[in-house]
Write a protein that binds this ligand. Structure first.
Ligand code: HEM
Length: 481
């Protein structure tokens, strides 16, 4: 379910403070407190989930301390999860400290202050949990890059296949006076697209791998930091202090492993050329496809549809897509997508406005100094940093009208200058992932796939209406336009 439209912007002088020159920055103790052992973490966790909610939790503390850097406890908590104490980073000046792998370690921090058992991953420490200085990191990441490169030609046809099949179904359902459900439809598109594009197979066919199986495997891994409306708070709280054992999803993971074992021979051969043993490569591949990609896309794409709907930009997008495809000889290709600047800007604005993965964590490798817009803070070796990205990407110091969704924000030369502040991929949009950093290996792939999904949609439709999470109507483009 897409997140509701939070107002992530801070109103107070915490944003308004103009940047001082580095020499004038005041060094002070990081404000905030962890409270009493156990009680402090319970109080912060209850405020975070139930009494204040995520946005107010961070906003109220930033305003109280007049600082976008402060100390607080983050879920999950003791007694069964490790140390919840973190230093929060909320602004564009401090957030990039998380990307500097020479000063911070990213070992076992992918999900936050806790790491799910390796049993969920065939007993391996998966790439996303490896620090950049661990030798396996470069090998597996190189495999990931190579996999995406080797499948480049299948991306456009894969999305065409998955999206058009879903659009046909939507139209059939609408004719039968049913309202197609947006989120589950997008989940189906994602799974069909990914397995088709990466493995020349359609998992949503008779072979038996379903979106539900994948989500069941994902759930216990993220439950310690999740809040689900469907689960009563007392049970939810148990999940925030007690890790669910792998046994509860063992059968589901076995089904996933069996599917990938049967259909990824060529990709595992590729992994072997990077020195990654087949079994370790298999579990990494599953994580890349099902956690990194499927888990990310099912948050991003419904959000994109909602934003496009609310911002009233559908007709213009449809015209832009149709014109670019016509100019490219009538076919939607990776190249024809380049002639769609509005579509491109909309995708970046979605990634800025509601980053699909809102938290990034890292641990200080050494004593270091972290600067906010107005101050500098000393951080000690071993302390945990926690960036809450939606505040940083709605930082009023670098973005005009930061809390508004502006479809054209990233168009033209001035728009391009803002891309360095788009941070969804664990690094600035203007920089590239490599085997030496922890920048998301799928950064360019995801931008392309999101543009392709929208282009497929607007090649067929010129407008649409949503009713909450359901599709109310779709209006087809006439073939002559
Ligand atoms: C890392 C976001 C899709 C592969 C990350 C991180 C983020 C992220 C925030 C850094 C996490 C951290 O360490 O704090 C996303 C989102 C995606 C997406 C939102 C989809 C919407 C993909 C895809 C792939 C991928 C398509 C590749 C198939 C990875 C890998 C890492 C990573 C391998 C770890 C990088 C490393 O260890 O150096 N992703 N990602 N991701 N992502 Fe993505």
């Amino acid at each position: 379910r897409p997140a509701t439209n939070f107002r992530y912007q801070l109103h107070s002088s915490a944003w308004k403070a103009t940047a001082l020159s580095p020499t004038k920055r005041i060094q002070r103790e990081i404000p905030g407190s962890y409270g009493l052992p156990l009680l402090g973490s319970i109080s912060d966790r209850f405020n975070y989930f139930y009494f204040q909610g995520t946005e107010e939790f961070f906003r109220s503390r930033a305003e109280k301390y007049q600082s976008t850097v402060f100390r607080v406890n983050m879920p999950p908590g003791p007694p069964f999860f490790p140390d919840p104490r973190v230093i929060v980073l909320l602004d564009q000046q401090s957030f990039p400290a998380l990307f500097d792998v020479s000063k911070v370690s990213k070992r076992d921090v992918f999900t936050g202050t806790y790491k799910p058992s390796a049993d969920f991953n065939g007993g391996y420490r998966i790439l996303s949990y490896l620090d950049a200085d661990e030798p396996r990191h470069a090998q597996i990441k190189a495999f990931c890059f190579d996999m995406l490169k080797s499948r480049a030609k299948s991306i456009v046809p894969g999305m065409d296949f998955a999206a058009c099949r879903c659009f046909d179904r939507w139209e059939k359902e609408l004719r039968a006076k049913q309202a197609p459900e947006l989120v589950s439809s997008i989940e189906e598109i994602c799974l069909a697209f990914l397995t088709r594009a990466l493995m020349d197979h359609d998992a949503t066919g008779a072979s038996g791998l379903s979106t539900e199986t994948i989500k069941k495997w994902l759930a216990p891994q993220i439950a310690p930091v999740a809040l689900l409306d469907a689960i009563p708070p007392p049970i939810m709280e148990l999940l925030h202090v007690f890790p669910l054992p792998f046994a509860v999803v063992k059968k589901d993971y076995e089904a996933i492993v069996s599917y990938f074992s049967a259909h990824s021979t060529a990709l595992l051969d590729l992994a072997a050329t990077h020195g990654v043993p087949r079994d370790e490569a298999l579990h990494n591949l599953i994580f890349m496809v099902c956690f990194n990609t499927f888990g990310g896309l099912i948050r991003l794409l419904p959000e994109v549809v909602q934003r496009v709907h609310e911002s009233g930009v559908a007709k213009e997008l449809s015209n832009e897509v149709a014109a670019a495809v016509r100019d490219a000889g009538g076919r939607l290709t990776a190249r024809s997508i380049d002639g769609m600047p509005l579509l491109h800007s909309v995708v970046y604005e979605c990634l800025r406005f509601q980053p699909p993965v809102p938290f990034q964590y890292a641990r200080a490798r050494q004593d270091m100094v972290i600067e906010s817009h107005k101050e500098a803070f000393r951080v000690k070796k071993g302390e945990m940093l926690c960036g809450f990205q939606p505040f940083a990407t709605r930082d009023g110091v670098v973005f005009d009208r930061p809390n508004e969704f502006l479809p054209r924000r990233f168009m033209g030369d001035d728009g391009a200058k803002l891309l360095k502040y788009v941070l969804w991929s664990n690094g600035p949009q203007t920089e590239n992932p490599s085997v030496d950093n922890k920048h998301c290996a799928g950064k360019d792939f995801i931008v392309l796939v999101t543009r392709l999904f929208l282009a497929e949609f607007f090649l067929r439709y010129e407008s649409f209406q949503l009713d909450g999470q359901s599709i109310k109507s779709l209006s087809r483009r006439s073939p002559s336009t």
